[in-house]
Design a protein around this ligand. Sequence first.
Ligand code: NVA
Length: 310
Amino acid sequence: MTRHFLRDDDVTPVEQARILDEAARLKGERFAARPLEGPRSVALVFDKPTLRTQLSFSAGVSELGGYPVVVDGSMAQIGVRESIPDCARVLGRQVAAIVWRTFDQSRIEEMARYAGVPVVNALTDQFHPCQILADLLTITEHRGRLAGLTAAYVGDAANNMAHSYLLGFATAGMHLRVGGPNVAQADPEVVRRAHEIAATTGGSITLTDDPRAAVDAAQVVITDTWVSMGQEGESATRKGSDSPFAPYAVDADLLSYAADDAIVLHCLPAYRGFEISAEVIDGPASVVFDEAENRLHAQKALLAFLLEQS
Ligand code: NVA
């Protein structure tokens, strides 16, 4: 059976832990796994802007012995010039795996149905599961464990990062609090599934519109942009002077409610003075550049896992 990673709950808790262990090993021994030796190619397709994802997958595929083929989504026009099933079959005949950043989750699900090789979600409107693996690796490095830790994600509580934290952190057995003005708009299926997973891992999920309650004594504090890719038209209301997200900005005041030794994560790109203050993201609690580096190690382990399982 071909294994895909389209959302965070496509791996079990045991598999997630295994991927994270391998990521830590590959961070120490950069060229210890060469499943793409040959080299076999991996298609990296981007329908939205990218810096970290293109870089980390390109470097990662190379380090695994393979060859990254970057496909510009605006040239390929998947689903416009050609149907998604036709594109999936063309790509799947030529590469060992497909990594795709696109818009609606239904597009990548359709790709996975027809590709015949592992398909990896490199961000959709609904999920960003590769980022969560990097975050979990980073938290493990700084706190020595995942299960039982309390994390707060505040800001846009209904975006791709919120959904992926819900599923991915529940899988890791963490206690996650999601705080935002739009928390009621988080996908109910994802919230239900996160509760279901947490019940099996010893984790828990709390949704709140109170920013202080969200971060209260949290050991990990996380935020993300208030304007995700594709939402640029809403920038004025989301980032304006009366932004509904303003009370959730991670600044020194909000961070003072977290645990004294709390670490701060942000998937980047960050907008200082909006969802996070310069003082916090450039300060001692911030681990954002460890987090950015860990995309490389986590994704290498993920690709190795999917190729081995498929
Ligand atoms: N929520 C953000 C994440 C960027 C990595 C976006 O979708 O633009």
